[in-house]
Design a protein around this ligand. Sequence first.
Ligand code: ZN
Length: 256
Amino acid sequence: MEVYTKKSDDNDAQYLLTYINNVLIPSSNEFFILLDDNKVLLHHAFSFNAILAHAIDYMVFIANKMSKVKRKDFIFNFDKQYSVDGCVHINNKFRLLDAVNNSFKHVELNSKRYSDLIETYGDLTFHSLSAKDGKIFFESPSHAFDYCRVVMRPITAIFKCDLKTTNDVDDFINGRVYGCTGYGYFDYDYEPHDAIDRMTDACGSECMDCGEGFDDCDCPNFIYDGKKAEFAENLDPNFDFEDVMSKISGTREFSK
Ligand SMILES: [Zn+2]
C-alpha cells in the first residue's frame, strides 16, 4: 500500500536519514555484536527496540504530513509493505515491536489500540520480555521465542538499504525499497560450475525463523501459537542432492 506519491519535505527526509544512518545503524552494529556473543541484557533489548520504534514514529510523522493516515493503520500495513521476512509464525513483527515499546514506556498498555495483538499473545507488559543466558525471550501463555533474533533482526535488516536522498526516503516509507535478510533468494545458474556453492549453501543454510545455523538454532525450544517450532532451513527448493553431487564429482573428473 502506497501512502503518498509526492515528494516529502527535504528537512523531514533529512532528519530520518540522519537518524537511520547516525543512530539506528551504528546502534544496531553494537547490538548485533552482543547478540552474536549471547550477551544481550534486558536494557540492551529495550533500548534498541526503542530506537527502532522511534524510526517508525518518524515515518508515521512524515507520512501524516503528506496524506492523513491513522498511526494504527499505517503500522498495520508496515509488515506487508516491507515484506518483513524471517519467522513465518510471527507475521506482525512491526506491530509487535511497537507494542513492546509501548508496554515498556507505559505502566498500562492501551488495550484498545493493541486489541488484536492482545488477542494473539495475551496481555503485553514490560514483563513480556525476559533475559536468560544472554538472550531475550518473548513469553506469553501461547508463545515463547527469542525476541531479538525473531523480531528485531529481520526488522533491522529492512532499514539497511543505503538510503541517501529524499526520494529514497519516500520510496522507503511507501515500501518501494527496503532491505531484507535474503531468505528464499538463490542466485544460481544451475550449472556444474556452481554445484559446490550450492552444496556449501545447502549444508550451511540458516534457519529462517531465528537466523542461526543448525548448531545454534534454538527453535525446537520455541513455541508459536501453542505449537512447538523447529529448524526452518533456508533451502533452495530446486536443490537436488543427487544431482548436485553428480555435478560436483563431474567437475572433479574434469579438472584432473
Ligand atoms: Zn531457528
